[in-house]
Design a protein around this ligand. Structure first.
Ligand code: CS2
Length: 489
């Protein structure tokens, strides 16, 4: 079978949508750092929808860590398939908005030169939470991070996302080119402001004047991004080859739902995202908070408990009535009261989330969501818990989510099998767990002392400690299934 590429595009069967524009007329307006599955299922699709009338907004992607996406897409001229999965089947479409992918490690100069080019007006990012090299509890740059130390010592040859952004901005500043807007599409709280704080701090550490210039001149629009995108498997590749009649080394499987809320702050212009379904708003924060606390808070809770209960996929966990009741309660009783969203029917939002989690065609691994918990917990569960504590309201289900994370990072499941815990703090957490053994209190005390996750306020909070330790003891003594049953009654 031939490979998907510009040459083979016209032999794709009718019925599979392909780019509705002439790719040879495209020019890049966006550089995207972190060209993973999420970007290709989300922003790249919105851009694909508008290139016909706005060909100067195509994307050049960059991989900062592994060149695997570049290796997959290069022989395909940047083309790839996205397949929407629902109960009716798998619906493929070929996306053409990514012109090419640069590997930041081997093509750093080329990438920085492009980022410094006036035709690039937006640099967007999906580098995951840990890619910002920050302290998740405070949202400040982690100045002791090894990549940050490297980039401060070698500012013109950076490897971190903040280092790349600042070097490109410094080059623009020196050349009198107005700055690009920096648009984070990651699940960070107040992602625009958070990235502004991190990038400005990094720039000031390089040079105080540069820091001031970044502070005064660079726009950091916030966004709320939403689409569930499981990792692609070999079976998915086979399915896609069957549907499009060509091999695609890296198709993306996703759900029908997609949402993008963007703060309208683009001094150098932007594509008309509102014409292709995005919501442009003045203040994105309430949307982000809703999504992080409702969707992602539930997701992480399902991931840890679900994995420990032997569920490979989110849909399997949520099909269990006890899980369903727990997550319904977590959202309704504990997350929704902390949100201020006039005009939004939060009950309908919750029901839609429960239905999305239940999509059996999606095959979203609990293990995938469980990754990088130390970077995710603060904005998904801990902020909500802080608000509940401040209002003197119960937070039992949220505390169970935190306890499940603590149980998970021990690295051994209920059958005694090893768990492949992926997390930047994995080594430290495993050491804490080894020390604690099966003593729930000791495990809690060790983990809660991770200030970059819990801050000092939660570590010192008796009510928080009591709630988490009680659940942790139940998880060790009775197992996940019984613990959930006890909570949902
Ligand atoms: C998930 C998210 O992997 C995870 O941590 O919770 O990637 C989630 O699927 C997206 O935020 C949905 O928009």
């Amino acid at each position: 079978m031939s490979r998907l590429s510009a040459k083979t595009l016209n032999s794709i069967p009718a019925g599979v949508a392909v780019p509705n524009y002439d790719r040879s007329t495209l020019t890049p307006g966006i550089v995207h750092l972190g060209i993973g599955a999420f970007h290709r299922a989300h922003m790249a699709v919105y851009v694909d929808d508008l290139l016909k009338d706005h060909p100067d907004w195509a994307i050049v992607g960059a991989s900062l860590r592994r060149p695997d996406t570049k290796d997959a897409l290069e022989p395909q001229d940047g083309l790839y398939t996205i397949a929407v999965r629902d109960a009716q089947g798998t619906h493929p479409r070929v996306i053409g908005s990514i012109l090419n992918v640069l590997d930041a490690n081997t093509q750093r100069e080329e990438l920085l030169a492009l980022m410094a080019d006036p035709k690039i007006r937006i640099v967007s990012l999906t580098v995951t939470e840990k890619g910002y090299c920050h302290d998740p509890a405070t949202g400040e740059l982690d100045e002791r991070h090894s990549d940050i130390a490297h980039d401060l010592a070698n500012p013109t040859a950076p490897k971190s996302a903040p280092g790349m952004l600042v070097e490109a901005l410094a080059r623009r500043h020196a050349a009198g080119v107005p700055p690009f807007a920096v648009m984070s599409c990651d699940n960070l709280p107040s992602n625009g402001e958070t990235v502004q704080r991190i990038v400005t701090r990094f720039a000031s550490l390089r040079d105080v004047m540069l820091g001031d210039w970044v502070m005064q001149n660079v726009a950091f629009p916030g966004t709320m991004v939403d689409r569930i995108v499981p990792s692609t498997t070999d079976a998915d590749r086979d399915t896609i080859a069957g549907l499009i009649g060509a091999d695609d080394a890296w198709p993306i499987m996703t759900e029908p739902f997609t949402q993008w809320v963007i703060e309208d702050k683009f001094p150098q212009g932007r594509p008309p995202f509102e014409t292709v379904g995005a919501q442009l708003v003045e203040d994105v924060e309430p949307f982000e908070r809703m999504k992080l606390r409702m969707l992602n808070g539930s997701h992480s809770t399902i991931a840890y408990l679900g994995y420990l209960a032997g569920h490979e996929y989110v849909s399997q966990a949520i099909a269990d009535p006890a899980f369903h009741k727990l997550i319904h309660g977590l959202m309704t009783e504990e997350a929704m009261p902390t949100l201020d969203m006039p005009g939004t029917d939060l009950g309908a939002y919750r029901d839609q989330l429960l239905a999305r989690f239940a999509n059996p065609a999606l095959q979203h691994r609990t293990w995938q969501i469980a990754m990088d918990g130390s970077q995710k917990l603060p904005q998904r569960l801990l902020g909500t818990i802080r608000d509940r504590l401040a209002a003197d309201q119960p937070f039992e289900r949220l505390a169970l989510g935190v306890a499940a994370w603590m149980r998970y990072v021990v690295g051994i499941d209920e059958k005694g099998e090893n768990i492949d815990v992926r997390d930047p703090l994995a080594m430290r957490m495993m050491a804490i767990a080894a020390e604690a053994g099966d003593d729930a209190e000791a495990l809690y005390v060790g983990l809660v002392a991770l200030n970059e996750v819990f801050g000092t306020d939660l570590a010192d909070n008796q009510a928080f400690g009591d709630a988490v330790v009680t659940h942790l003891e139940a998880l060790f003594d009775d197992g996940v299934v019984e613990t959930i049953k006890a909570v949902v009654g």
